[in-house]
Ligand binder design. Structure first.
Ligand SMILES: Cc1cc2nc3c(=O)[nH]c(=O)nc-3n(C[C@H](O)[C@H](O)[C@H](O)COP(=O)(O)O)c2cc1C
Length: 373
């Protein structure tokens, strides 16, 4: 297995933490980075908010001094604004890598022509990629996308070709269409087809990697140059240790006792409090992680509820102290986690599918949602 080459950036192992809005902030990335190497992408940042120097947005792109490479995912619909955002990152040395998100399936965004609706407009996609690369200096720019809007409107092969032509450093494919949302299973054959079609730059595969064995299988079955891991690491940052070991040819598999999981939960919430500068905000934000950390373990409903509704770090720790520290890692803990639901349709602007080549830029509202991919 070879390291992943993104322009001048070399990443070993060829493993990427998928950007996940509301999840892959600096504290979560720290927990993952401590386990193994790779590229750990921050939460999605909207380009308008960045160029306007929105205070919350600037906080979201703060990196721990030990974090290298620093990777920012941008989302934007306007070539000029995307270009300005990338230039700002390059000139002010805010990151070492920029990823562009074209996979968001949220109705609020696709209804305005943003997110996973956008690659259907080939020329607009090209214009965004061109402006991003032109303003990036030496920073590698990558793109992350879905297969298309639905099975009748697949865009990923065209998008891959356009990415190569515009100087993008790598393309990542989530093997689902927008209408699939997170339902069904990811189509790894599409990743293989993209790899056949795109020979000049690395192709990264994404979707349904729940274990290191899945990662190896995806690489073997599709020929992809690296893997992007999302939901599989929710409540399981140690998956990155397994992934690193597997890439080195080892068989190591981390199966922490419940006491070790509790210690990680404590650390996660503590890091969030430091990062947010607010214990209350941190504990509230941590609630969504509780179920993922405890998945498969035998923990009473009352204690689970108390852990998920704590209002202070002290309250959270009191609950964590009640967990059975020697309870072993259960098989059920390796099960899929996070969103799994499909949609029945993709909301698009009126007439969106009529002309794949028109260059009209969606309005600013297409950037309002920040809930991700
Ligand atoms: C909570 C959540 C937030 C997400 N946010 C983003 C995002 O901001 N940008 C993005 O490109 N993808 C986002 N995604 C999609 C993931 O990056 C990934 O493509 C998807 O989960 C499929 O990979 P997986 O099967 O390994 O989870 C998000 C996914 C989840 C579950």
């Amino acid at each position: 297995m070879e390291s992943l080459k993104l322009g001048s950036l070399e990443v070993w192992p060829p493993v990427v933490l998928a950007p996940m809005a509301g999840i892959t902030n600096a504290p979560f990335r720290t927990l993952c980075r401590e386990q193994g190497g790779g590229l750990f992408v921050c939460e999605m940042i909207t380009t308008r908010a960045l160029v306007e120097r929105n205070a919350k947005t600037l906080k979201m792109i703060r990196f721990d001094p030990s974090e290298r490479p620093r990777s920012i995912q941008l989302y934007g619909v306007d070539p000029v604004t995307v270009g300005r955002a990338v230039r700002m990152i390059a000139e002010e040395d805010l990151a070492d890598h920029v990823d562009l998100n074209f996979g968001c399936p949220v109705p609020k965004v696709t209804r305005r022509g943003g997110g996973s609706a956008l690659p259907y407009k080939r020329n607009l996609l090209r214009a965004i990629l061109r402006e991003a690369v032109r303003n990036a200096g030496t920073l590698p720019v990558t793109m992350k996308m879905r297969k298309g809007i639905d099975d009748d409107h697949l865009t990923y092969l065209d998008a891959g070709r356009i990415a190569v032509e515009e100087g993008v450093a790598a393309v990542a494919l989530h093997g689902r269409t927008a209408v699939q949302h997170y339902g069904g299973t990811a189509d790894w054959q599409a990743i293989a087809r993209l790899k056949e079609a795109v020979t000049d730059i690395p192709v990264l595969g994404n979707g349904d990697i729940w274990s290191a064995a899945d990662a190896l299988r995806m690489m073997a079955e599709t020929g992809c140059d690296g893997v992007v891991v999302g939901r599989g690491c929710l409540g399981r940052p140690w998956l990155f240790r397994d992934l690193a070991a597997a890439c080195e040819g080892g068989e190591e598999r981390v199966r922490p006792l419940l006491g070790e999981v509790a210690a990680t939960m404590d650390r996660h919430a503590t890091l969030l409090a430091e990062c947010f500068g607010s214990e209350q905000h941190a504990v509230a934000d941590f609630r969504k992680h509780v179920g993922w950390y405890l998945k498969g373990f035998t923990v009473g409903a009352d204690l689970r509820r108390r852990l998920a509704t704590s209002e202070t770090l002290a309250g959270l720790r009191e609950g964590l102290a009640e967990l059975d520290p020697v309870q072993p890692w259960p098989d059920g803990a390796d099960a899929p986690r996070g969103k799994t639901h499909p949609r029945d349709r993709v909301h698009l602007p009126v007439g969106w599918l009529d002309d794949p080549y028109d260059l009209a830029v969606p309005g600013a509202e297409a950037e309002l949602d920040t809930s991700g991919g």
